[in-house]
Design a protein around this ligand. Structure first.
Ligand code: PLP
Length: 396
């Protein structure tokens, strides 16, 4: 017996595998520092929790319309103005997290044989869903020398008559990179010139330390060829609630709604009302989280750069560092995977190998710093000792 071959096309996320290994160590009594899973450590803002509970008490426990409850679609449409996008509720589709929207966008936009420009390194689910939809991911590089900003010329070089979609993720997982000034405009011009779609994953849109919240969909002629993928997981610490959305032209929203009717029916109704509270209530928790993250980012970057063999650029957004450990790997013969495995097994610090994000991640690690500063210090101490213990390498 075997499963249908289409499932063989799916990739996975290393974060869940590493989390499983870390949990096994914890079950054996070890204290693991978790820098692997990408989620804020703040609780969901209390007024959002209250709105969810109130919705449950009010009996909002039945099916909702497939595309989302009107109040939430409206609130999302209004909220888009903060990134310069003008949309109506009819452009918004609500899903249980950003991921199902990504999946739906891939199935809705990619024809078998289409080439899809995909960031390398990048969120591994992009490649997975592109292949699942019958497309061919074509990597475009994100280079440390450009602070991991997309290189418009490198993207242009990879466009062929088969190219149909560019996937953007800004700020970017795993590097924290954002677009260089004016590059969104140049990317938009490319998309228009070659008649391409953009799937713009903006889940870290508010988590940026300088510069304003923007979107390629705000640029002239782009709303009609962009599908924004976004959600509440990261900005509102709602990873477990499962609430996300897509923004797209209405003509596309209709068949995407049919797709959702076929797989999810709708997103949990009471959760959607918590989402309304998140968007329409006070935004101070988001601001506090981002300003707290800045300090944690600086703490981790400074600490990593003080360890011999590790260099780490300061990321402009999201909550990940992407340190370069290639010098250490060369000296020790480890790969980024075996380095990450040993760091977990020997030093009980859970991180992800950069190579889990594509070939461009080789020689790097991904660390999520959305955690307690005391745990960041503990992780740094353990990493320093671990690096010092590797043959032929001394720690400063
Ligand atoms: N897109 C990126 C780049 C992510 O890093 C993640 C989560 O890690 C998601 C999408 C999925 O978010 P959600 O929890 O809303 O499904």
């Amino acid at each position: 017996m075997r499963s249908a071959t289409r499932l063989d096309l799916l990739g996975t996320e290393q974060a869940y595998l590493v989390l499983g290994a870390a949990r096994r160590l914890e079950a054996a009594g070890h204290k693991v520092v978790h820098l692997e899973i990408g989620e804020p450590d703040m609780p969901t803002p209390p007024h959002v929790v209250e709105a969810g509970i109130r919705a449950l008490r009010d009996g909002l426990t039945r099916y909702a319309l497939a595309a989302g409850v009107p109040e939430l679609r409206d609130a999302i449409a209004h909220s888009l103005a903060a990134r310069g996008v003008h949309a109506a509720a009819e452009n918004v589709i609500v899903t249980p997290g950003a991921k199902p929207m990504l999946f739906a966008a891939a199935l809705a936009l990619i024809q078998p044989g289409d080439e899809v420009l995909t960031p390398d390194p990048g969120f591994p689910i992009y490649e997975s869903v592109v292949r699942f939809a019958g497309g061919r991911p074509v990597y475009y590089p994100l280079d440390e020398s450009r602070a991991f900003a997309p290189d418009v010329a490198a993207i242009a070089d990879r466009i062929t008559p088969r190219t149909r979609v560019i996937i953007l993720n800004l700020p970017h997982n795993p590097t924290g990179g954002v677009a260089a000034p004016d590059d969104l405009t140049r990317l938009a011009a490319l998309a228009r010139q070659h008649d391409l779609w953009v799937i713009s994953d903006e889940v870290y849109g508010q988590v940026r330390y300088d510069g304003k919240w923007d979107s390629i969909a705000a640029l002239p002629g782009m709303a009609e060829r962009t599908c924004i993928v976004d959600g509440f997981s990261k900005a509102y610490s709602m990873t477990g609630w499962r609430l996300g959305y897509g923004v797209m032209p209405k003509w596309l929203a209709d068949p995407v709604t049919t797709l959702l009717i076929n797989n999810i029916s709708c997103t949990a109704t009471f959760v959607q009302y918590a989402g309304v509270a998140a968007l329409t209530g006070p935004q101070d928790a988001v601001k506090r989280m981002v300003s707290g993250l800045r300090g944690k980012r600086d703490q981790l970057v400074r600490g990593l750069n003080a360890i011999e063999g590790i260099t780490c650029a300061t990321p402009a957004g999201a909550f990940y560092c992407f340190p370069d450990v290639s010098g250490l790997l060369e000296r020790t013969g480890l790969t980024s995977e075996s380095f990450a495995e040993r760091l977990l097994e020997d030093a009980h610090v859970a991180v992800l190998a950069g190579s889990a994000f594509g070939p461009g991640g080789k020689g790097h690690l991904r660390m999520c710093y959305a955690t307690d500063p005391a745990l960041i210090d503990l992780a740094l101490q353990r990493i320093r000792t671990f690096v010092g213990s590797l043959a032929g390498v001394g720690a400063r």
